[in-house]
Design a protein around this ligand. Structure first.
Ligand code: HEM
Length: 303
């Protein structure tokens, strides 16, 4: 997203997050942008009360524009009523068929895509980014299953305003919003049944979200991601890098974790050591890497 992809409509507004993380990248250049952005998203989810997602480092940054996908592969919010976008045979943004088209091509089934879109409990739409306006929930900085509860419990009607088609909660105050792509989650019977499960059980939602978000953020990266299989044993792409590179990467990961998410330093340190143990077969290499990671981790926790 440092090349033409940054200007894709579906990425509008993300420059704010990229700029926010740039000083961290400058401080820890051993970590790739891709790793840093994903690690920051895990830390943000955890910080907002969501699940702790085990982080796997080792993504390599593209060096030029040639690795960018074409536009319109990511979910597009725009919905043009009466233009055929609401026709299930010709999926356009704002239809269940469109939501399935977006996520099926990345290997996600109905349950996984509904779960991921539950991230709309967080944040809001901005008129100067997507053109849509407002938050989905009243606690947009807290990870929760409120999105599913509100979707099912309120009454959603098309907002009368000058912007793109979006819905407002007409039962409880018109202070929240839903996109057409959100509303299809309760219009489509298969999607709706899944929304009902998540609305009734926060722990179930949080547990499945952690697995699905890890899968989303490892597509094309770990074997786990490449196989689109949520439960296969994880083999880490970090295994491909040399020992010295790994040590500096481990140091950067731990230092960034320490800066972003002090609560889980110990967990992430343990994970890092486990990753190393899986990778390096000889006892000497294992001992060396445990010592190196342990020393860096210890230093980080002392800061
Ligand atoms: C059909 C699928 C999806 C569509 C159509 C969609 C569309 C949108 C749109 C239009 C915005 C508003 C952007 C802005 O104006 O700033 C947005 C924001 C957001 N989306 Fe999605 N999205 C989809 C799936 C997802 C998924 C899978 C996730 C995460 C796993 C996600 C997480 C978020 C978050 C956290 C925000 C708030 C950003 C902020 O506060 O700046 N969305 N989405």
């Amino acid at each position: 997203m440092r090349f033409s992809e940054a200007n894709h409509g579906a990425n509008a507004g993300l420059g704010v997050a990229r700029d926010f993380l740039e000083p961290v990248k400058q401080q820890f250049p051993a970590m790739s942008y891709a790793d840093l952005w994903i690690l920051a998203s895990y830390a943000a989810i955890e910080f907002m009360g969501g699940p702790d997602i085990p982080f796997t480092a080792g993504r390599k940054d593209a060096t030029d524009d040639s690795a960018c996908p074409p536009e319109h592969m990511l979910p597009d919010g725009h919905f043009h009523k009466g233009s055929g976008d609401d026709d299930y045979d010709h999926p356009g943004p704002g239809t269940a068929a469109y939501v399935r088209w977006v996520f099926n091509k990345m290997g996600f089934n109905d349950r996984e895509m509904v779960c991921l879109i539950g991230a709309h409990a967080l944040g809001r739409c901005h008129t100067n980014a997507s053109g849509y306006d407002g938050p989905w929930t009243r606690a947009p900085e807290t990870f929760s299953n409120e999105y599913f509860k509100l979707m099912l419990e309120d009454t959603w009607t098309v907002r009368s305003w000058g912007g793109p088609v979006q819905y407002e909660n007409s039962k409880s105050g018109a202070d929240l919003m839903m996109l057409p792509a959100d509303i299809v989650l309760v219009e489509d019977p298969a999607f709706k049944a899944i929304c009902e499960e998540y609305a009734a059980d926060y722990d179930l939602f949080a547990k499945e979200f952690a697995v699905n978000f890890k899968k989303l953020t490892e597509l094309g990266f770990t074997e786990w991601g490449l196989k689109w299989c949520a439960r296969a044993p994880t083999r880490h792409a970090v295994a491909c890098i040399s020992l010295p590179d790994f040590v500096s990467l481990a140091a950067a990961v731990i230092a960034v974790c320490s800066a972003l998410s002090p609560l889980s330093k110990a967990c992430r340190l343990t994970l890092m050591i486990l990753v190393c143990l899986r990778r390096y077969e000889t006892t000497a290499a294992k001992a060396g890497i445990v010592a190196a990671v342990g020393a860096v981790g210890y230093a980080a926790t002392k800061k």
